[in-house]
Design a protein. Structure first.
Length: 151
């Protein structure tokens, strides 16, 4: 059966307040040809609600990959990462990629302490962006059940 060999789409949460940066990321994802579903949120509050499945996000999927801008209108990406420490468990862990224009080494260090998997400087080089998405997708293929195995 054809459906037996199809994997679930990669669930991506993009936390980005800049619409131009969001558009660039979305276009790069389309060009990557990685089967995915993307949700865009623009604030710290929305990102935390998404993970907690609160309000309009009550039926939100668990993201496989979060692409996180550090500077948001209501706080920082660090606020989200700290909140996720309470949400993520051994059964559910999101790969996190920080997208930022900051070259601050202390920010990179703090991100490492908060288990960020990759750190990409803006403006994002498309080749680097594609590498990160494809690397994560390779990991998912080996650990994600087929759609036919899903509950």
């Amino acid at each position: 059966m054809i459906g037996d060999s199809i994997t679930k789409p990669m669930e991506i949460l993009l936390v980005e307040d800049g619409l131009t940066d969001a558009r660039i990321t979305i276009l790069a994802l389309r060009r990557s040809q990685v089967h995915h579903r993307l949700t865009l949120v623009r604030t710290v509050k929305e990102a935390i609600q998404f993970y907690r499945r609160e309000g309009i996000f009550a039926r939100a999927p668990k993201p496989d990959l979060m692409m996180l801008d550090m500077m948001l209108p209501d706080g920082s990406g660090i606020d989200i990462l700290e909140a996720l420490g309470d949400i993520q468990t051994d059964d559910f862990r999101t790969t996190t990629v920080v997208l930022t224009a900051s070259a601050d080494d202390s920010l990179k260090q703090r991100c490492a302490e908060l288990n960020v998997h990759d750190y990409i400087s803006k403006p994002v080089q498309e080749s680097e962006f594609m590498r990160v998405v494809r690397d994560h997708k390779k990991l998912m293929i080996h650990s994600t059940p087929l759609l036919s195995e899903s509950p």
